[in-house]
Design a binder for this molecule. Structure first.
Ligand code: SF4
Length: 67
C-alpha cells in the first residue's frame, strides 16, 4: 500500500486492487496522472474535490482518511 499526504487527508492506494477503471484519472487529472511519479499530486486540488473523486473508485484501491 502507498500513501500520499495532503493537508487534511491521507490518501491510500493499493496497487493490487486497482482495476484501471480510470475514474480517478478522468475525474481529476491534475491530481491523478499515471504518467507522473509519484502519480498522485494532492497539492493540485482541494481535499474536498479529491475525496469526491476517490469515492468514485470502483475497486476501493483508492481510499482516504481525514487527519
Ligand atoms: S479509479 Fe480506482 S480502480 Fe480506477 S484507476 Fe483509479 S485507483 Fe484504479
Amino acid at each position: 500500500m502507498k500513501t500520499y499526504d495532503s493537508e487534511d487527508i491521507i490518501i491510500y492506494w493499493k496497487p493490487n486492487n486497482c482495476k484501471h477503471a480510470a475514474e480517478c484519472v478522468k475525474g481529476l487529472p491534475s491530481v491523478f496522472n499515471t504518467q507522473k511519479r509519484p502519480w498522485v499530486s494532492p497539492q493540485n486540488a482541494t481535499d474536498e474535490k479529491i475525496m469526491e473523486v476517490i469515492d468514485l473508485c470502483p475497486s476501493r484501491a483508492l481510499t482516504y482518511e481525514q487527519k
